[in-house]
Design a protein around this ligand. Structure first.
Ligand SMILES: Cc1cc2nc3c(=O)[nH]c(=O)nc-3n(C[C@H](O)[C@H](O)[C@H](O)COP(=O)(O)O)c2cc1C
Length: 215
């Protein structure tokens, strides 16, 4: 058996991209779980991105589509906060999944979140909350990170992330994500990959038991 794990992120200045890469490193520790990075499609015109001094997007990361979301066993969404909530790019993606909703195509699939804000209290938790109605309406199973790394409950260093998922406090310089924030993102990647595997295996065993009972 093998399972599939999408790491679907949106990133303007590459902080979330770097977290996404760390999530993949953690996921790759789990055998038979195939984790792939995907970019949530951009909605801003190039001239606006130029004014924002946004670097070019990585050419080797494919675009995330509703079809990919439907195909994979679970998805971790990497989300840079905008005014305490998700960016429009993510909402535009979510709003393109009406067909999946009508068919119940995402029911039972696993979903989780990780974040980036500029400041320590810039809204990572409120960004998590605003994703929950999407998961609820689709019947997806939200998998929080909990205290999946000891640093989540430590006060020794300013770090992004928490019980809702890994994160970075991006700030205005190039030192973030910090090594600890990357380590936490790896831990979330591994934890989510294990959850995907366990969920898929459990569903398969249940199907066999149901078949045996029906005979
Ligand atoms: C329009 C806009 C709104 C933003 N709102 C917030 C905010 O509410 N809180 C915050 O801490 N940072 C905010 N930021 C900063 C971004 O969250 C930060 O640049 C981003 O997380 C960096 O991730 P990236 O490098 O992957 O793009 C905002 C940025 C933009 C462009």
């Amino acid at each position: 058996m093998s399972a599939t794990f999408a790491i679907a992120y949106y990133s303007t200045y590459e902080h979330v991209y770097k977290l996404a890469q760390a999530v993949k490193r953690g996921a790759d520790r789990v055998p038979n779980v195939d984790a792939q990075l995907y970019q949530i499609p951009e909605t801003l015109p190039q001239d606006v991105l130029d004014k924002m001094h946004a670097p070019p997007k990585p050419a080797n990361v494919p675009q995330f589509t509703p079809d990919v979301l439907t195909k994979v066993d679970g998805t971790l969404f990497g989300i840079p906060t905008r005014f305490g909530m998700m960016p429009a790019q993510l909402k535009a993606f979510f709003d393109s999944t009406g067909g999946q909703w009508a068919q119940g195509a995402l029911r039972g699939k696993l979903a989780g979140t990780f974040f980036s804000t500029n400041t320590q209290h810039g809204g990572q938790e409120s960004t998590a909350y605003v994703t929950l109605p999407f998961f609820a309406h689709h019947g997806m199973t939200y998998v929080p990170f909990g205290s999946g790394h000891p640093a989540v409950t430590s006060t020794r260093e300013v770090i992004g992330g928490g019980f809702w998922g890994a994160g970075t406090v991006a700030g205005g310089d190039d030192v973030r994500p910090s090594p600890l924030e990357l380590e936490i993102a790896e831990a979330q990647g591994e934890q989510f990959a294990r959850a995907i595997w366990a969920h898929k295996r459990g569903e398969q065993e249940l199907a066999l038991l149901e078949k045996a009972r029906a005979q």
